[in-house]
Design a protein around this ligand. Structure first.
Ligand code: OGA
Ligand code: MN
Length: 297
């Protein structure tokens, strides 16, 4: 991918920072990098490579403004604006507020983001390359985010399932979990006709090739995938159920326990993710930017 770089940042002094892989096969933390300062091209290239190698990187101890999060995110590509306009940060529509906080009877952000395993915006023709989630207010317990390696899921997929899905596509729908009684807590507002038009269903290959690392990955998830194109409903559901279970086996999962001032940047082409859940009485708020990727192939 041609990672755009800001002409103005090319001359910035280098920052000494460490990339420390986690014990799990997925994920690494980046320590000693200050994202409020411009990154020069060499430092940016290291961050980019770490993102490709570990699929999710955790920038510790960041103190950045919404505009700085947006600017840094833009170095990876075009930003996507979420369809739920009511949860976009004022004056910064590139930021989606993810929060369980209710103020004056109104949710301040998307409260049930990630309740099911998913890849962000897989329901778009151009799904997300990656998302950055920046901690603003963290609960004293719970609120973890889990990530599952979809390259590993493909690499270890039993032969009968590989044969069953190779070359097939699946339909992804933003509203797949919307209208089936999962909306009882009212986090998801009813969509206007205009919003519905923005989230018309799409189909994508079940096995995609990562455009930058060349590896194959499974690209289905319980959150947005509804069925396999061309198969009878029962067969489709049976296969998807097996794929979902296989995708999230513990060996391929990293559980992120948030620390204050973490900014987490994951690759939606390599991983699916899940919100572990926050006790209702505790407050949690994060800011998400979402980078557009390519059409899956
Ligand atoms: C998201 C998401 C999970 C979480 O913001 O895209 O899925 O733990 N969030 O908040
Ligand atoms: Mn998500």
């Amino acid at each position: 991918m041609p990672a755009a770089s800001h002409a103005s940042s090319e001359q910035a002094p280098g920052q000494p920072f460490d990339v420390r892989p986690f014990a799990e096969k997925v994920g690494a933390e980046i320590v000693g990098l200050d994202l409020s300062r411009p990154l020069n091209d060499a430092d940016f290239a290291r961050v980019h490579q770490a993102h490709l190698d570990y699929h999710v990187v955790v920038f510790r101890d960041q103190h950045i403004t919404p505009q700085q999060q947006i600017d840094f995110s833009r170095r990876f590509g075009v930003l996507q604006i979420h369809v739920l306009k009511q949860f976009l940060l004022a004056h910064h529509p590139e930021i989606l507020i993810v929060s369980n906080i209710v103020e004056n009877g109104q949710p301040v952000g998307l409260g049930d983001a990630g309740k099911y395993w998913h890849s962000d915006l897989s329901y778009k023709e151009l799904p997300s390359l990656g998302s950055m989630l920046y901690a603003q207010e963290l609960p004293s317990e719970g609120g973890d985010t889990l990530f599952a390696d979809m390259h590993l899921a493909w690499d270890t997929l039993p032969e009968h399932l590989r044969k069953a899905v190779e070359g097939l596509s699946a339909v992804h729908s933003y509203t797949s979990r919307y209208s089936h009684g999962h909306n009882a807590d009212n986090w998801r507002p009813t969509l206007s006709a205009e919003q519905l038009a923005q989230v018309a269903v799409v189909s994508h290959p079940i096995v995609r090739t990562h455009p930058e690392n060349g590896r194959k990955a499974l690209f289905v998830s319980e959150g947005f995938t509804t069925h396999i194109v061309g198969l009878p409903e029962d067969e489709s559901q049976a296969i998807l159920t097996e794929l979902y279970a296989h995708s999230v086996r513990p060996e391929g999962v990293y559980r992120h326990k948030w620390q204050e001032n973490d900014m987490v940047f994951w690759d939606n082409r390599s991983l699916i993710h899940l919100a572990g859940g926050t006790p209702d009485h505790l407050r949690r708020r994060l800011h998400r930017t979402t980078i557009q990727g390519d059409a899956p192939f």
